[in-house]
Design a protein around this ligand. Structure first.
Ligand code: FAD
Length: 384
Protein backbone atom coordinates (compact mmCIF):
# COMPACT_ATOMS: atom_id res chain seq x y z
CA UNK A 1 0.00 0.00 0.00
CA UNK A 2 1.36 3.40 -1.02
CA UNK A 3 0.72 6.04 1.63
CA UNK A 4 2.37 8.92 -0.19
CA UNK A 5 0.23 11.36 -2.09
CA UNK A 6 0.72 11.41 -5.83
CA UNK A 7 1.68 14.58 -7.69
CA UNK A 8 -1.92 15.41 -8.58
CA UNK A 9 -3.07 15.01 -4.97
CA UNK A 10 -0.18 17.17 -3.75
CA UNK A 11 -1.03 19.94 -6.20
CA UNK A 12 -4.67 19.73 -5.22
CA UNK A 13 -3.71 19.98 -1.54
CA UNK A 14 -1.64 23.09 -2.26
CA UNK A 15 -4.47 24.72 -4.20
CA UNK A 16 -7.06 23.97 -1.50
CA UNK A 17 -4.71 25.20 1.24
CA UNK A 18 -4.08 28.47 -0.61
CA UNK A 19 -7.80 28.97 -1.12
CA UNK A 20 -8.63 28.18 2.51
CA UNK A 21 -5.90 30.43 3.90
CA UNK A 22 -7.17 33.30 1.79
CA UNK A 23 -10.94 32.83 1.82
CA UNK A 24 -11.75 31.03 5.07
CA UNK A 25 -9.08 31.23 7.75
CA UNK A 26 -9.10 35.03 8.20
CA UNK A 27 -12.90 34.95 8.63
CA UNK A 28 -13.26 31.88 10.89
CA UNK A 29 -13.63 33.92 14.10
CA UNK A 30 -16.25 36.13 12.43
CA UNK A 31 -18.20 33.08 11.24
CA UNK A 32 -18.17 31.78 14.82
CA UNK A 33 -19.20 35.13 16.31
CA UNK A 34 -21.99 35.90 13.85
CA UNK A 35 -23.15 32.34 13.21
CA UNK A 36 -23.21 33.19 9.50
CA UNK A 37 -21.46 31.12 6.87
CA UNK A 38 -19.24 33.09 4.47
CA UNK A 39 -21.17 32.50 1.24
CA UNK A 40 -18.79 34.71 -0.67
CA UNK A 41 -16.18 31.95 -0.13
CA UNK A 42 -18.54 29.05 -0.82
CA UNK A 43 -19.56 30.59 -4.14
CA UNK A 44 -15.89 30.52 -5.15
CA UNK A 45 -15.52 26.81 -4.37
CA UNK A 46 -16.86 25.11 -7.55
CA UNK A 47 -13.74 25.70 -9.70
CA UNK A 48 -11.72 23.83 -7.05
CA UNK A 49 -14.34 21.09 -6.91
CA UNK A 50 -15.12 21.60 -3.23
CA UNK A 51 -18.90 21.66 -3.71
CA UNK A 52 -18.93 18.42 -5.71
CA UNK A 53 -15.81 16.56 -4.60
CA UNK A 54 -16.85 13.11 -5.78
CA UNK A 55 -19.74 14.04 -8.03
CA UNK A 56 -19.14 12.95 -11.65
CA UNK A 57 -18.01 15.75 -13.94
CA UNK A 58 -21.10 15.42 -16.13
CA UNK A 59 -23.21 16.69 -13.19
CA UNK A 60 -20.86 19.55 -12.32
CA UNK A 61 -18.55 17.77 -9.88
CA UNK A 62 -14.80 17.19 -9.69
CA UNK A 63 -15.04 13.38 -9.63
CA UNK A 64 -12.13 13.12 -7.19
CA UNK A 65 -10.97 10.05 -5.32
CA UNK A 66 -11.51 9.62 -1.57
CA UNK A 67 -7.90 10.46 -0.66
CA UNK A 68 -8.27 13.84 -2.39
CA UNK A 69 -11.62 14.31 -0.67
CA UNK A 70 -9.97 13.68 2.72
CA UNK A 71 -7.18 16.12 1.84
CA UNK A 72 -9.73 18.81 0.97
CA UNK A 73 -11.75 18.32 4.15
CA UNK A 74 -8.62 18.38 6.31
CA UNK A 75 -7.60 21.71 4.74
CA UNK A 76 -11.11 23.13 5.23
CA UNK A 77 -11.01 21.97 8.87
CA UNK A 78 -7.63 23.62 9.37
CA UNK A 79 -9.14 26.91 8.15
CA UNK A 80 -12.70 27.02 9.55
CA UNK A 81 -14.49 24.25 11.44
CA UNK A 82 -18.00 25.51 10.63
CA UNK A 83 -17.40 25.71 6.90
CA UNK A 84 -15.63 22.37 6.91
CA UNK A 85 -18.52 20.60 8.63
CA UNK A 86 -21.09 22.03 6.24
CA UNK A 87 -18.99 21.19 3.18
CA UNK A 88 -18.20 17.69 4.49
CA UNK A 89 -21.90 17.02 5.18
CA UNK A 90 -22.94 18.45 1.81
CA UNK A 91 -20.49 16.22 -0.07
CA UNK A 92 -20.47 13.07 2.01
CA UNK A 93 -24.03 12.94 3.27
CA UNK A 94 -26.06 14.46 0.44
CA UNK A 95 -24.17 14.45 -2.87
CA UNK A 96 -22.68 11.00 -2.19
CA UNK A 97 -25.92 9.03 -1.72
CA UNK A 98 -27.55 10.81 -4.67
CA UNK A 99 -24.49 10.00 -6.83
CA UNK A 100 -24.46 6.39 -5.67
CA UNK A 101 -28.15 5.49 -5.71
CA UNK A 102 -29.90 8.23 -7.69
CA UNK A 103 -31.70 7.46 -10.93
CA UNK A 104 -30.45 9.34 -13.98
CA UNK A 105 -33.40 11.69 -13.58
CA UNK A 106 -32.65 12.37 -9.89
CA UNK A 107 -28.97 12.95 -10.59
CA UNK A 108 -29.74 15.35 -13.45
CA UNK A 109 -32.27 17.20 -11.33
CA UNK A 110 -30.27 17.66 -8.14
CA UNK A 111 -26.51 17.28 -8.63
CA UNK A 112 -25.97 20.20 -11.03
CA UNK A 113 -27.86 22.43 -8.56
CA UNK A 114 -25.98 21.09 -5.54
CA UNK A 115 -22.57 21.70 -7.13
CA UNK A 116 -23.13 25.35 -8.09
CA UNK A 117 -21.86 26.80 -4.79
CA UNK A 118 -25.28 28.43 -4.27
CA UNK A 119 -26.68 25.66 -2.04
CA UNK A 120 -25.54 22.95 0.38
CA UNK A 121 -27.33 19.63 0.82
CA UNK A 122 -28.45 17.65 3.87
CA UNK A 123 -28.97 14.14 5.13
CA UNK A 124 -31.63 13.61 7.82
CA UNK A 125 -31.19 10.49 9.93
CA UNK A 126 -31.28 11.56 13.58
CA UNK A 127 -34.58 12.08 15.43
CA UNK A 128 -35.26 13.78 18.76
CA UNK A 129 -35.39 10.39 20.50
CA UNK A 130 -32.83 8.45 18.44
CA UNK A 131 -29.34 9.00 17.08
CA UNK A 132 -27.07 6.00 17.70
CA UNK A 133 -29.93 3.51 17.63
CA UNK A 134 -31.79 4.42 14.46
CA UNK A 135 -32.84 0.83 13.87
CA UNK A 136 -35.00 0.64 17.00
CA UNK A 137 -35.59 4.32 17.64
CA UNK A 138 -36.27 6.12 14.34
CA UNK A 139 -40.01 6.68 13.95
CA UNK A 140 -40.45 9.06 11.03
CA UNK A 141 -42.39 7.10 8.45
CA UNK A 142 -43.76 7.24 4.94
CA UNK A 143 -46.84 5.43 3.65
CA UNK A 144 -47.95 5.03 0.06
CA UNK A 145 -51.15 6.83 -0.86
CA UNK A 146 -52.07 6.69 -4.56
CA UNK A 147 -49.23 8.24 -6.52
CA UNK A 148 -47.51 9.72 -3.44
CA UNK A 149 -45.67 8.88 -0.28
CA UNK A 150 -47.04 10.66 2.78
CA UNK A 151 -44.42 11.47 5.41
CA UNK A 152 -44.94 12.18 9.11
CA UNK A 153 -42.44 12.64 11.94
CA UNK A 154 -39.45 14.68 13.03
CA UNK A 155 -35.76 14.78 12.30
CA UNK A 156 -33.34 16.56 14.64
CA UNK A 157 -29.85 18.06 14.47
CA UNK A 158 -29.76 18.29 10.70
CA UNK A 159 -26.86 20.20 9.13
CA UNK A 160 -27.39 22.60 6.19
CA UNK A 161 -31.21 22.33 5.96
CA UNK A 162 -31.59 26.06 5.56
CA UNK A 163 -29.31 25.97 2.50
CA UNK A 164 -30.65 22.73 1.02
CA UNK A 165 -32.57 22.42 -2.25
CA UNK A 166 -33.06 18.77 -1.30
CA UNK A 167 -32.76 16.63 1.82
CA UNK A 168 -31.97 12.92 1.77
CA UNK A 169 -34.31 11.54 4.46
CA UNK A 170 -34.24 8.14 6.15
CA UNK A 171 -37.81 6.92 6.60
CA UNK A 172 -39.53 3.85 7.93
CA UNK A 173 -41.62 2.42 5.10
CA UNK A 174 -42.51 -0.89 6.74
CA UNK A 175 -42.89 -1.14 10.50
CA UNK A 176 -42.71 -4.94 10.50
CA UNK A 177 -39.54 -5.44 8.48
CA UNK A 178 -36.76 -4.42 10.93
CA UNK A 179 -33.65 -3.23 9.11
CA UNK A 180 -35.43 -3.92 5.79
CA UNK A 181 -38.21 -1.55 6.81
CA UNK A 182 -36.31 1.67 5.99
CA UNK A 183 -36.02 3.62 2.75
CA UNK A 184 -34.26 6.78 1.71
CA UNK A 185 -36.22 9.56 0.01
CA UNK A 186 -35.43 12.89 -1.55
CA UNK A 187 -37.55 15.65 -0.03
CA UNK A 188 -37.45 19.31 -1.01
CA UNK A 189 -37.69 21.52 2.11
CA UNK A 190 -40.27 23.82 0.48
CA UNK A 191 -42.78 20.95 0.13
CA UNK A 192 -46.05 21.77 1.97
CA UNK A 193 -46.05 20.23 5.45
CA UNK A 194 -42.29 20.55 5.99
CA UNK A 195 -41.39 22.89 8.87
CA UNK A 196 -37.76 23.82 9.40
CA UNK A 197 -37.22 24.96 12.99
CA UNK A 198 -34.80 27.72 14.09
CA UNK A 199 -31.11 26.77 14.29
CA UNK A 200 -29.95 25.05 17.49
CA UNK A 201 -27.83 27.19 19.81
CA UNK A 202 -24.62 25.23 19.85
CA UNK A 203 -21.31 25.17 21.72
CA UNK A 204 -19.26 25.40 18.53
CA UNK A 205 -19.46 25.11 14.75
CA UNK A 206 -21.79 28.08 15.00
CA UNK A 207 -21.61 29.01 11.35
CA UNK A 208 -22.86 25.58 10.34
CA UNK A 209 -26.61 25.63 10.97
CA UNK A 210 -28.18 22.60 12.67
CA UNK A 211 -31.98 22.39 12.62
CA UNK A 212 -34.95 20.26 13.47
CA UNK A 213 -37.45 19.40 10.73
CA UNK A 214 -41.10 18.43 11.21
CA UNK A 215 -42.97 16.50 8.51
CA UNK A 216 -46.72 16.76 8.73
CA UNK A 217 -48.59 14.86 6.01
CA UNK A 218 -45.87 15.76 3.54
CA UNK A 219 -46.72 14.40 0.09
CA UNK A 220 -43.89 13.53 -2.26
CA UNK A 221 -44.12 11.64 -5.57
CA UNK A 222 -43.46 7.88 -5.56
CA UNK A 223 -40.26 8.44 -7.53
CA UNK A 224 -38.78 10.36 -4.58
CA UNK A 225 -37.42 7.03 -3.39
CA UNK A 226 -33.60 7.08 -3.47
CA UNK A 227 -32.44 3.55 -4.22
CA UNK A 228 -34.65 0.55 -3.58
CA UNK A 229 -37.49 0.47 -1.09
CA UNK A 230 -36.31 -1.38 2.03
CA UNK A 231 -32.62 -0.60 1.48
CA UNK A 232 -32.48 2.67 3.43
CA UNK A 233 -30.82 1.33 6.54
CA UNK A 234 -28.01 -0.33 4.56
CA UNK A 235 -27.58 2.81 2.45
CA UNK A 236 -27.30 4.78 5.70
CA UNK A 237 -24.58 2.50 7.05
CA UNK A 238 -22.61 2.79 3.79
CA UNK A 239 -23.01 6.55 3.69
CA UNK A 240 -21.77 6.84 7.27
CA UNK A 241 -18.76 4.57 6.61
CA UNK A 242 -17.57 7.03 4.03
CA UNK A 243 -18.73 10.11 5.96
CA UNK A 244 -16.54 8.98 8.87
CA UNK A 245 -13.45 9.35 6.72
CA UNK A 246 -14.58 12.97 6.24
CA UNK A 247 -15.08 13.56 9.98
CA UNK A 248 -11.68 11.94 10.59
CA UNK A 249 -10.09 14.31 8.08
CA UNK A 250 -11.90 17.29 9.59
CA UNK A 251 -10.64 16.27 13.04
CA UNK A 252 -7.07 16.09 11.70
CA UNK A 253 -7.46 19.59 10.24
CA UNK A 254 -8.69 20.99 13.56
CA UNK A 255 -5.89 19.24 15.47
CA UNK A 256 -3.33 20.48 12.94
CA UNK A 257 -4.25 24.16 13.29
CA UNK A 258 -4.45 23.93 17.10
CA UNK A 259 -0.98 22.34 16.96
CA UNK A 260 0.40 25.17 14.81
CA UNK A 261 -0.95 27.75 17.26
CA UNK A 262 0.43 25.84 20.24
CA UNK A 263 3.94 25.59 18.81
CA UNK A 264 4.10 29.26 17.81
CA UNK A 265 2.82 30.41 21.19
CA UNK A 266 5.28 28.18 23.06
CA UNK A 267 8.13 29.83 21.16
CA UNK A 268 6.88 33.37 21.81
CA UNK A 269 5.76 33.16 25.45
CA UNK A 270 8.45 33.56 28.08
CA UNK A 271 8.44 32.24 31.66
CA UNK A 272 11.30 31.82 34.10
CA UNK A 273 13.60 33.73 31.79
CA UNK A 274 13.13 31.75 28.59
CA UNK A 275 10.54 30.71 26.02
CA UNK A 276 8.20 28.09 27.48
CA UNK A 277 9.11 25.95 24.42
CA UNK A 278 12.43 25.29 26.21
CA UNK A 279 10.61 23.50 29.04
CA UNK A 280 10.49 19.76 28.77
CA UNK A 281 6.86 19.56 29.95
CA UNK A 282 5.86 21.78 27.02
CA UNK A 283 8.09 19.92 24.57
CA UNK A 284 6.45 16.64 25.51
CA UNK A 285 3.00 18.06 24.80
CA UNK A 286 4.29 19.27 21.42
CA UNK A 287 5.96 15.94 20.65
CA UNK A 288 2.89 13.93 21.63
CA UNK A 289 0.69 16.14 19.47
CA UNK A 290 3.05 15.74 16.49
CA UNK A 291 2.99 11.95 16.87
CA UNK A 292 -0.74 11.67 17.32
CA UNK A 293 -1.67 13.97 14.45
CA UNK A 294 0.60 12.09 12.09
CA UNK A 295 -0.87 8.75 13.20
CA UNK A 296 -4.44 10.02 12.82
CA UNK A 297 -3.72 11.43 9.36
CA UNK A 298 -2.24 8.13 8.19
CA UNK A 299 -5.31 6.27 9.41
CA UNK A 300 -7.58 8.66 7.54
CA UNK A 301 -5.51 8.23 4.36
CA UNK A 302 -5.52 4.46 4.80
CA UNK A 303 -9.31 4.35 5.12
CA UNK A 304 -9.65 6.62 2.07
CA UNK A 305 -7.14 4.55 0.09
CA UNK A 306 -9.00 1.33 0.86
CA UNK A 307 -12.25 2.93 -0.29
CA UNK A 308 -10.57 4.10 -3.50
CA UNK A 309 -9.38 0.53 -4.10
CA UNK A 310 -12.82 -0.98 -3.47
CA UNK A 311 -11.63 -2.83 -0.38
CA UNK A 312 -13.72 -3.29 2.75
CA UNK A 313 -13.05 -0.15 4.79
CA UNK A 314 -15.79 -0.16 7.45
CA UNK A 315 -13.47 -1.08 10.32
CA UNK A 316 -10.64 1.21 9.33
CA UNK A 317 -13.02 4.15 8.75
CA UNK A 318 -14.34 3.66 12.30
CA UNK A 319 -10.76 3.38 13.63
CA UNK A 320 -9.70 6.52 11.75
CA UNK A 321 -12.72 8.54 12.93
CA UNK A 322 -12.33 7.37 16.52
CA UNK A 323 -8.59 8.05 16.63
CA UNK A 324 -8.67 11.37 14.79
CA UNK A 325 -11.55 12.78 16.86
CA UNK A 326 -9.90 11.78 20.13
CA UNK A 327 -6.58 13.22 18.92
CA UNK A 328 -8.33 16.51 18.11
CA UNK A 329 -9.78 16.60 21.63
CA UNK A 330 -6.38 16.00 23.25
CA UNK A 331 -4.38 18.33 21.00
CA UNK A 332 -6.90 21.18 21.37
CA UNK A 333 -6.94 20.63 25.13
CA UNK A 334 -3.14 20.87 25.26
CA UNK A 335 -3.10 23.86 22.92
CA UNK A 336 -5.24 25.74 25.45
CA UNK A 337 -3.04 24.51 28.29
CA UNK A 338 0.06 25.90 26.59
CA UNK A 339 -1.69 29.23 26.02
CA UNK A 340 -2.56 29.50 29.74
CA UNK A 341 -5.25 32.16 30.39
CA UNK A 342 -5.00 33.40 26.84
CA UNK A 343 -6.11 29.97 25.64
CA UNK A 344 -9.33 30.44 27.60
CA UNK A 345 -9.99 33.76 25.91
CA UNK A 346 -11.94 34.40 22.73
CA UNK A 347 -9.02 36.59 21.66
CA UNK A 348 -7.09 33.48 20.69
CA UNK A 349 -8.29 30.96 18.08
CA UNK A 350 -7.61 27.83 20.18
CA UNK A 351 -10.72 28.57 22.26
CA UNK A 352 -12.94 28.37 19.14
CA UNK A 353 -11.10 25.38 17.72
CA UNK A 354 -11.56 23.51 21.00
CA UNK A 355 -15.33 24.15 20.91
CA UNK A 356 -15.54 23.20 17.23
CA UNK A 357 -13.71 19.91 17.62
CA UNK A 358 -16.00 18.79 20.45
CA UNK A 359 -18.58 17.54 17.96
CA UNK A 360 -16.15 15.15 16.30
CA UNK A 361 -16.51 12.39 18.90
CA UNK A 362 -20.32 12.69 18.63
CA UNK A 363 -21.43 13.33 15.02
CA UNK A 364 -21.69 10.54 12.42
CA UNK A 365 -21.48 7.95 15.18
CA UNK A 366 -20.19 8.60 18.68
CA UNK A 367 -16.88 7.20 19.92
CA UNK A 368 -18.85 4.50 21.73
CA UNK A 369 -20.53 3.51 18.46
CA UNK A 370 -17.15 3.44 16.67
CA UNK A 371 -15.79 1.13 19.38
CA UNK A 372 -18.87 -1.08 18.94
CA UNK A 373 -18.26 -1.29 15.17
CA UNK A 374 -14.55 -2.01 15.62
CA UNK A 375 -15.09 -4.65 18.33
CA UNK A 376 -17.80 -6.39 16.31
CA UNK A 377 -15.46 -6.64 13.32
CA UNK A 378 -12.51 -7.81 15.41
CA UNK A 379 -14.57 -10.44 17.21
CA UNK A 380 -15.86 -11.67 13.86
CA UNK A 381 -12.32 -11.89 12.49
CA UNK A 382 -11.34 -13.97 15.54
CA UNK A 383 -14.54 -16.07 15.53
CA UNK A 384 -13.90 -19.53 17.00
C1 FAD B 1 -23.56 19.88 15.19
C2 FAD B 1 -24.30 18.61 14.87
C3 FAD B 1 -24.56 18.30 13.54
C4 FAD B 1 -25.28 17.14 13.23
N1 FAD B 1 -25.61 16.90 11.92
C5 FAD B 1 -26.43 15.85 11.63
C6 FAD B 1 -26.92 15.66 10.29
O1 FAD B 1 -26.60 16.41 9.37
N2 FAD B 1 -27.77 14.62 10.07
C7 FAD B 1 -28.16 13.77 11.07
O2 FAD B 1 -28.92 12.86 10.79
N3 FAD B 1 -27.69 13.92 12.33
C8 FAD B 1 -26.85 14.94 12.64
N4 FAD B 1 -26.42 15.13 13.94
C9 FAD B 1 -26.80 14.18 14.97
C10 FAD B 1 -25.67 13.24 15.39
O3 FAD B 1 -25.31 12.39 14.33
C11 FAD B 1 -26.14 12.46 16.62
O4 FAD B 1 -26.18 13.40 17.68
C12 FAD B 1 -25.24 11.31 16.99
O5 FAD B 1 -25.40 10.27 16.06
C13 FAD B 1 -25.52 10.77 18.40
O6 FAD B 1 -26.87 10.54 18.58
P1 FAD B 1 -27.65 11.11 19.87
O7 FAD B 1 -27.26 12.54 20.02
O8 FAD B 1 -29.08 10.79 19.72
O9 FAD B 1 -27.04 10.34 21.09
P2 FAD B 1 -27.59 8.97 21.71
O10 FAD B 1 -27.67 7.94 20.65
O11 FAD B 1 -28.79 9.23 22.53
O12 FAD B 1 -26.38 8.59 22.67
C14 FAD B 1 -26.19 9.21 23.93
C15 FAD B 1 -24.94 8.60 24.56
O13 FAD B 1 -25.13 7.19 24.75
C16 FAD B 1 -24.09 6.48 24.13
N5 FAD B 1 -24.57 5.21 23.61
C17 FAD B 1 -25.64 4.98 22.80
N6 FAD B 1 -25.74 3.68 22.51
C18 FAD B 1 -24.71 3.07 23.15
C19 FAD B 1 -24.25 1.72 23.24
N7 FAD B 1 -24.87 0.72 22.60
N8 FAD B 1 -23.17 1.45 24.00
C20 FAD B 1 -22.52 2.46 24.65
N9 FAD B 1 -22.89 3.75 24.59
C21 FAD B 1 -23.97 4.05 23.84
C22 FAD B 1 -23.62 7.40 23.00
O14 FAD B 1 -22.32 7.03 22.57
C23 FAD B 1 -23.71 8.75 23.67
O15 FAD B 1 -22.55 8.92 24.46
C24 FAD B 1 -25.68 16.27 14.27
C25 FAD B 1 -25.39 16.58 15.61
C26 FAD B 1 -24.73 17.75 15.91
C27 FAD B 1 -24.48 18.06 17.36
Amino acid sequence: MDFTLNEEQRLFQRAVRDFCEKELMPYAAEVDETGEMRWEAIKKMPPLGLTGLQVPEEYGGAELDMVSTAIAIEELGRACGSTALSIAAHNGLCCAPITQWGTEEQKKKYLPVLTTGEHLGSLALTEPQAGSDLLNGAQTYAVRDGDSWVINGQKAWITNVKFAPVIVVLLRTNREAGARGFSMMLVEPNTPGVTVHPPEKKMGLKGSPTQMITFENVRVPLDSLLGEEGNGFYQTMQTLDSGRIGIGALSVGLAQIAFEHMVRYAQERHAFGEPIANKQAIQWMIADAAVEIEAARMLVYKAAWLKDHNEDYTKIAAIAKLKASEVAEKVCHDAIQIHGSYGYSREYPVERIYRDQRLMTIGEGTSEVQRMIIARRVLKEFAL
